[in-house]
Every structure is written in C-alpha cells, then in structure tokens.
Design a protein around this ligand. Structure first.
Ligand code: HEC
Ligand code: HEC
Length: 255
C-alpha cells in the first residue's frame, strides 16, 4: 500500500485552496515535491520503491522474482553482470530463475538502471546473515486441534492465545481485500476457492504468494503486486496458513 507524492501534493493543493491560502502555498508545495524527485535520481532504493521492484522482489527472500541477495551471489565476480542486468531489467524476460517473466521497465534511463543494478549487486554481503540457513531453520511447534503436531516457520501466538501482530495484520488485510471472494474467515465462497484447502492440499508459501501477487486475470483473481508489498503478502499468508491448520478460529483474532 503506498501513497504517491502526487497524491499527497494534490491533496495538499486542494486543502490549500479550501483554506483560502491560495496559489502561493500550493506552488511552494509543488516546488518542494519537484526538488525531492530531482534529489531521488541518485538514490537506487528510492527509485526502486517508487517503481514496482519491491512488489516482486525482496532483499533476502524469494517473492515472485529472486531475492536480490541471491542475484548478487549469482553474479558476484562476473565482469559483464552490470550491463547484462541493465538490459534484462529494461527489456524484462524469463529463463534465468524460472518460467515467470519479469515485466520490462522502459521508464528508466540506462544510467538510472546502472545505479539500481549496482545497488542490487551490492546486497550480497549485507544480506548474508539474514539468508543464513540457521534463520530458515527456525521453527515453531504447535499441537493442532486434530491432534497433529505441526512445525511452522513463523510464530502464530505471542502471548497465550493472542496472535502475533503479523497474523493480526494478515487478518485485517484479508478481511478488507480478500474476503469478498475468498469468504469471511477464509472459508471460500461461490466466487473463489477455499484458501485453507489450497494450503492443506499442498500449495507452498511461494506458490501462494506468487498467485496472490500475479493474479489469474482470466479467472477473476486480481493481481496484488504494486498494491501489497512482500511483507503484506507474508502477513496474509501467515493468517491463512494459521486458519488452514485450525490454530486461528473464525472471527476477529485477539492480538
Ligand atoms: C512482476 C514481477 C517483477 C517486477 C515488478 C520486477 N521483477 Fe525483477 N524479476 C522478476 C522475475 C520473475 C525474475 C526472474 C527472471 C528470470 O528467470 O530470468 C526477475 C529477475 C530480476 C533480476 C535478475 C535477472 C537475471 O537475469 O538474473 C534483477 C536484477 C531484477 N529482477 C531486478 C528488478 C528491478 C530493479 C525491478 C524494478 C525496476 C524489478 N526487478 C521488477 C519479477 C519482477
Ligand atoms: C474479485 C475476487 C477475488 C479477490 C478479491 C481475491 N481473489 Fe484470490 N482468487 C479468485 C479466484 C476466482 C481464484 C481462482 C483462480 C483460478 O481458478 O485459477 C483465486 C485464486 C487465489 C489463489 C490460488 C488458490 C488455488 O487453490 O489455486 C490464491 C492464493 C489467492 N486467490 C489469494 C488471494 C488473496 C491473498 C487475496 C486478497 C489479497 C485474494 N486472493 C483476493 C478471486 C479473488
């Protein structure tokens, strides 16, 4: 979920006009906004946040596209990496990491893409501790209502039967954006499948997040990349996963 600077400027302009402070204040705001975007030219993460990169990538996790730390590791020490990746981000395409294509990004100049790609390639060392196997191996064991014991890669509860804030935020987002098709409490509806069942019948986290971000346009499943970032997607996944195994009951979970 993001607000654009133009959205903010427009809102501020309307407010300024309403308050009768008139054009002078409005013009000052527009100039401030222009100064800010000129400043952004040398700033890779900012350009990437203003574009769509982080709706498909994260530094240390695979989302729809590979983790930037994995990209940095793969191309480390390859002299032509920058020019190759500049072309790839500009023109899009698939094949190096799987079948899912990256969309083209013709809006950037080559110089901007070089700044961005150099930033991506620098994520190697920085992300290494977070990507270490020990981190991925951390599990939380839960006894399920049906008697099974299950190891999850995220905690569901933080304090007695109160859910973690991630699970709670996942419920809030599900309950605002997904429920109208996938049913209140994620039980499914005539419009869209029961996502508890999808996960229980073997859909992995990465498949879940890929379908969620990419959508299935010809089947009526909207695409959420650009609206939700990877952290949002992770929270929604956590809520649905906890529902699918019966750890979170119907209704508003207590945080
Ligand atoms: C809609 C999803 C999506 C968006 C948006 C997206 N990417 Fe990607 N990206 C992918 C996928 C999928 C791949 C893997 C492509 C492949 O297998 O060759 C990828 C691969 C990459 C690679 C590695 C390319 C290679 O050939 O190894 C880089 C670098 C990259 N993306 C950077 C970016 C940047 C920078 C942006 C924003 C300007 C961006 N991506 C936006 C999905 C996306
Ligand atoms: C406008 C209706 C609609 C909304 C809103 C919607 N979905 Fe869907 N979704 C669908 C439909 C329809 C399908 C089945 C697509 C198909 O048949 O391949 C689907 C499929 C999925 C699947 C794949 C399930 C499977 O078993 O293949 C996932 C995961 C999913 N949606 C997640 C979400 C999430 C998360 C949200 C909220 C952010 C959401 N959807 C919002 C209509 C919707």
């Amino acid at each position: 979920m993001k607000t654009t600077i133009w959205g903010m400027v427009n809102a501020a302009v309307c407010l300024a006009v309403l308050l009768g402070t008139g054009l002078v204040a409005a013009r000052a705001l527009v100039q401030a906004a222009e100064a800010e975007s000129a400043q952004a030219a040398g700033d890779a993460p900012k350009m990437m946040h203003e574009s769509d990169c982080f709706s498909c990538h994260s530094v240390d996790k695979k989302v729809v596209g590979p983790a930037f730390s994995a990209v940095a590791a793969r191309y480390s020490g390859k002299p032509d990496a920058v020019s190759k990746l500049v072309e790839k981000v500009k023109n899009g395409g698939a094949g190096n990491w799987g079948d899912i294509p990256m969309p083209p990004h013709p809006q950037f100049t080559d110089a901007q893409l070089k700044t961005i790609v150099e930033w991506v390639l620098a994520q190697n060392s920085k992300a290494a501790p977070a990507a270490a196997p020990a981190n991925g191996a951390k599990t939380y064991n839960y006894k399920l209502p049906d008697g099974r014991t299950l190891a999850l890669h995220f905690p569901v509860f933080s304090n007695g039967d109160h859910v973690t804030s991630s699970v709670f935020k996942g419920w809030e987002k599900f309950n605002s954006y997904c429920f109208r098709c996938h049913g209140t409490d994620a039980v499914g509806s005539e419009y869209a499948p029961d996502l508890r069942h999808s996960l229980e019948s073997g859909m992995t986290k990465s498949q879940f997040i890929t379908v969620m971000m990419e959508g299935v346009p010809d089947k009526g499943m909207p695409k959420w990349s650009g609206f939700f970032d990877p952290d949002d997607a992770d929270e929604i996944y956590q809520y649905v996963k906890a529902r699918s195994v019966g750890l979170v009951k119907p209704g508003r979970p207590s945080e």
